[in-house]
Design a protein around this ligand. Structure first.
Ligand SMILES: *Cc1c(COP(=O)(O)O)cnc(C)c1O
Length: 221
């Protein structure tokens, strides 16, 4: 698996490049976030050796067990939090992550703002949008997203850099990706995180700047 994950990484990078070129986009305008959740340090190291530097984790505690050690050898890692954040984990998240993609409610924005001031750290922040308006799913309602982005700025002094979404699994994602892109345009946010192993090429067609790919690189979880 360690050998094949590097081969899989190469083929995903080629597919990202081809998908970008096919719609007239510069391939470098799409960043691959390699989602390493559930995989251990020994599975991750070969990818670091192959030059991959941007990774995603969905749990704060799991990331804490893996990444401080890896960072000692690879200080230029960029680590993204892509899973839901509880306010009692805000301190750890602000300390460990370079990008927090899952800001989705005032309470979390407030907790992150407080920790950023306290620690003097400033991870990039994305707002997660519940594009499918699914009851069980995290993220702010699409209609409330622009107002929430503005609230983050005015009330919590937080700079929001972009938007993130996870479309409903059972639906064709394209219209959901387009909705996220349109909200990002309307709110003038440059970063758009969307697309996973099964649909990252569609996401690139719709304007993703970050695709989050796990199983297509690391294998089944
Ligand atoms: C697990 C996960 C991914 C990666 O999913 P794959 O289908 O394995 O590529 C992307 N985004 C989020 C938020 C995830 O939790």
């Amino acid at each position: 698996m360690k050998v094949t994950s590097v081969g899989a990484l190469d083929s995903i990078k080629t597919r990202i490049r081809d998908a970008a070129l096919a719609v007239g986009r510069v391939p470098e305008s799409v960043t691959l976030v390699a989602v390493s959740k559930t995989f251990g340090i020994d599975d991750i190291r070969p990818l670091l050796d192959a030059g991959q530097r941007v990774f995603g984790e969905n749990r704060v505690q799991e990331a804490q067990q893996k990444w401080p050690e890896l960072r000692r050898n690879y200080p230029d890692i960029e680590l993204h939090l892509i899973g839901p954040l509880q306010s009692n984990k805000a301190a750890e998240a602000v300390q460990l992550f370079d990008v927090i993609e899952t800001v989705d409610r005032p309470k979390i924005a407030e907790a992150i703002a407080k920790e950023m001031r306290r620690q003097g750290r400033s991870p990039k922040l994305l707002v997660q949008v519940n594009v499918g308006r699914e009851l069980q799913k995290a993220g702010i309602d699409p209609d409330q997203a622009p107002g929430f982005v503005e609230q983050c700025r005015s009330q919590y002094d937080l700079k929001i850099s972009g938007l993130m979404c996870i479309p409903p699994v059972e639906e064709v994602p394209d219209t959901h990706f387009r909705m996220l892109f349109n909200i990002a345009q309307a709110t003038q946010l440059p970063l758009i995180s969307m697309g996973m192993s099964s649909d990252f090429e569609a996401a690139i067609r719709e304007g993703a700047t970050h695709v989050r790919v796990g199983s297509a690189i690391f294998g089944a979880r």
